[in-house]
Unconditional design. Sequence first.
Length: 347
Amino acid sequence: MCCIFFAFQQAEVHPFRLIVAANRDEFIARPTKGAHFWEANASVLAGIDLAAGRSKNRHYGTWLGVTKHGRFAFLTNYREMDPSGINPLAKGRGFLCSDFLLSNASPREYLLALRSESSDYNGFNLVVGDLSANEVWYFANRGNESGPSQLQAGTVYGLSNGTLLSGQSWHKVQRGTAILQTIIDDARSSGNRITTLKNGAAHNSSVPMTMDQVVANLLELLRDDTIPDDASFQELSPFLQYVSPICLIHREGYGTRTHTVFVVDSCWNARFVEVDRFEVDPSIVWNGKNVINFREKAGLNEGAEDTFEEGIRSLETRREFDFTIEFLGGNADVIEAAALEEFRTMF
């Protein structure tokens, strides 16, 4: 039950162009390689899902990735109410992200092309964006979504395993978007407080929030394990109670295994931080059976086979990447630099 909170802004109105905070909820032992710049394309920064294998184009899939040229993509799986609707032979959804990152198509073009073959995949929510055009688009192949839709700058979005529309009532989505809104508001106000001096000159009286502070605040958001305190929470099934918090505790080999933060400031400086929360014993061999075991135990059925509880321990591993967004065309940065200079002269 992954969750992703994000917002993109115009540089004229906010010191951070893009903020993404994501939790990957997954089986801890599922084979994964942490975030790195790909050998096949050095501009792509992402982790890879080793369990799904390679695509026909010989690259791996990912759940979240970015490029040095300002492209980004992330997805969540759609929670099927009827498990019989899950196709074991469907195409791997992680390739939807990597295919976009490796392509030259605009976000809109990519999703329109995907729409015609979206039935080849199990349920997904996909967000793709291009900072050179400041465009972010969303598409889901489940729910009542009519097709690809363009998202709006200045809006805080939260996405879990319902669609972008139907999932807004979920506790973790509501709480996460509210916290991210506060972080964004604080970042904006910290750099824009104006004091008039005795000589009539305007002076910025506050210290702008640093990249370090924003990243720390986002990681704190992703570690939030608050559960609802209303009566309706008690009426949920044990499984839905378990997946209600933003951060899921480790249970039966499953939980929030990775935090990811991606931030781009108004000067195109980018930081990508990935935190793995667990270490898996090398002796554990993934065979996929723990998926069935977890689903059995999610209902607290007694007698279900144990999974890899003994081979997993809490140990945070952090990877951090700093780089500058460089656009291939070279035009967007010139235009934005002029806009930024105009923005600075206002203060």
